[in-house]
Design a protein around this ligand. Structure first.
Ligand SMILES: *[C@@H]1O[C@H](CO)[C@@H](O)[C@H](O)[C@H]1NC(C)=O
Ligand SMILES: *[C@@H]1O[C@H](CO)[C@@H](O)[C@H](O)[C@H]1NC(C)=O
Ligand SMILES: *[C@@H]1O[C@H](CO)[C@@H](O)[C@H](O)[C@H]1NC(C)=O
Ligand SMILES: *[C@@H]1O[C@H](CO)[C@@H](O)[C@H](O)[C@H]1NC(C)=O
Length: 501
């Protein structure tokens, strides 16, 4: 205790002596030598701890130069803040002077500040009033004559920042994982009231709406659809409102599909199975049959291709035999997960695909395409008015083989229908069996084209429809028509359904 007190006293004395020494005996040469020492990165600050020992030894000429406990400071501020930059030197003496620099420019010399918003304080601190993002810079105070410096990096936040989970990601990119939970917040530092407006464009550049509350977007169970560009704008009524953007990427497990769930083939043919997928990061695809991953062989080969928005792996099965029929799985996996699609290979016709429709008043002509190596023997068209419980059916009995090298058939039907929203679907039969029904095609017969308004009032919709079939089935004199699509085998049932008998 006593010892410590004594040394403190001695230290004080030595400091006083040191001060005298500086002001009286300090020569320019001396300071310059010292300067180089202090500028030196490897200067040993620990040396000051030895001061007391020196003092007890009675060395008074070793004056204590000013120094900083910390050389580099960092200050974060918001626009409009008043910021104090400290210059808190130890051993600061009356003979010392302080100069403040912004980057390399002097902004204050002693108590004289340069600039309206700058003020010098008695303790050498500098007050910067009403800071703006442009004030962000490296500031330092330099103690003369030793030229000891303390740096302060000032960062004044932008007028608007986008935070993701409380981290500033303004104008940057961020990658989320499917299923994650994240918070995007748009924060402004504006004097008045600004209205926060968020907008969102998905990866295809399509705008979509985003819900936010007080500038906060909660992304729960993140999904591929959340990927894109989020822009925040703080509408403060000015011509150039502050804004910022973040790009969000989402890693997701593969999305797997096929455009042909049922593949028609015949003995000896090569069957093609399609597996379409999207994945991020990139996925790997496998085909599996009867629980076994198919290996490349004379039997199986794989083709990879890139299509609009997705990748495709095509499995070719050569020299098809009965044992190649059945269910195949296409499995795609990536770092996030895996998914699969089933493809069924058989001798039955493939599911008909709607091609197009032309309408002339209440007469509509519908076209479907069907693939079948084997000749089609029949097609069945179902249609119903929305809201009715039963389908009405038309059978087309005649088929016409048009071209042997292509396996696409076209089914064409003309219907005359009453006003309303109609559903239509077809299935086809070849020598081996029936296809599945196509998806419903939904279309509307607008008002003003009804043939027999009176009858329509008398009969409930189902009756009208059923009544309408009668002349149809009789009229199985389906007029065959060769379409000028050369490669297409045509199965045409150009049928006119009349609402009245
Ligand atoms: C200097 O003075 C200002 C104003 O009184 C004060 O806010 C600041 O903390 C002081 N700096 C130091 C290093 O004491
Ligand atoms: C900010 O909004 C509040 C209420 O919405 C209103 O009372 C106030 O006057 C507005 N201030 C400015 C500067 O527009
Ligand atoms: C498709 O595959 C390529 C590499 O073969 C990959 O770079 C790309 O990201 C994939 N696209 C999708 C949508 O998965
Ligand atoms: C079938 O179509 C192919 C390709 O369009 C053509 O080369 C071939 O001559 C056609 N065959 C018949 C029998 O019309």
């Amino acid at each position: 205790m006593i010892k410590a007190k004594d040394s403190t006293r001695l230290l004080l004395i030595s400091l006083l002596i040191g001060q005298l020494y500086v002001s009286c005996a300090g020569s320019p040469v001396d300071t310059e030598v010292k300067d180089t020492n202090y500028q030196d990165d490897e200067y040993d600050y620990g040396g000051f701890d030895d001061e007391i020992i020196d003092v007890t030894k009675g060395h008074a000429e070793e004056q204590a130069p000013p120094y900083f406990e910390e050389m580099d400071l960092r200050i974060e501020a918001k626009p409009g803040d008043d910021v104090i930059l400290n210059c808190d030197a130890r051993n600061f003496q009356l003979s010392n002077a302080v100069v403040w620099y912004k980057s390399r420019t002097i902004i204050a010399n002693g108590q004289n500040a340069i600039g309206q918003r700058v003020e010098c304080m008695m303790n050498n601190s500098l007050l910067l009033k009403d800071v703006t993002p442009e004030d962000s810079d490296d500031y330092y105070c330099e103690i003369l004559p030793q030229m000891v410096r303390q740096h302060t990096a000032l960062r004044v936040g932008a007028r608007l920042s986008i935070l993701c989970d409380d981290r500033d990601i303004t104008d940057r990119s961020q990658t989320f994982r499917q299923g994650d939970h994240h918070k995007l917040e748009c924060r402004t530092y504006l004097p008045g009231n600004a209205t926060i407006k968020w907008s969102f464009n998905d990866l295809n550049g399509q705008p979509a709406t985003v819900d936010h509350q007080n500038g906060v977007i909660i992304l729960d169970n993140v999904d591929e659809k959340n990927a894109g560009d989020y822009q925040c704008l703080a509408d403060d009524g000015s011509r150039h409102p502050p804004h910022g953007t973040v790009h969000i990427d989402v890693q997701y497990s593969p999305i797997v599909s096929t455009h042909r769930h049922n593949v028609n083939t015949e003995k000896g043919a090569t069957a093609e199975l399609y597996c379409n997928y999207r994945a991020k990061p990139i996925g790997r695809s496998y085909f599996i049959k009867d629980g076994k991953t198919l290996q490349l062989s004379d039997k199986y080969s794989l083709k990879d291709s890139v299509h609009n928005g997705h990748n495709r792996t095509t499995l070719l099965v050569r020299e098809v035999t009965d044992s190649d029929l059945g269910e195949y799985l296409c499995q795609v996996e990536n770092a996030i997960g895996s998914n699969e699609v089933k493809v069924h290979v058989s001798y039955n016709p493939e599911t008909p695909q709607f091609e197009d429709m032309t309408a002339e008043g209440n007469k509509v002509t519908l076209h479907w395409l069907v693939r079948s190596h084997q000749p089609l023997s029949e097609a069945m068209l179902d249609y119903q008015l929305t809201g009715s419980y039963t389908w009405s059916t038309v059978l087309v009995l005649e088929t016409h083989r048009h071209n042997n090298t292509e396996n696409i058939w076209k089914i064409t039907h003309q219907l005359e229908l009453s006003r309303g929203v109609w559903h239509a679907r077809v299935k086809t039969k070849n020598t081996q069996g029936w296809s599945h029904f196509s998806n419903d095609y939904v279309f509307e017969i607008p008002e003003g084209f009804d043939v027999e308004k009176d009858e329509e009032v008398e009969l409930p919709p189902d009756e009208i429809v059923r009544a309408g079939i009668m002349p149809m089935s009789k009229g199985a004199a389906s007029s065959m028509q060769q379409l000028n699509v050369g490669v297409i085998m045509i199965l045409v049932g150009a049928l006119l359904l009349r609402v009245h008998l």
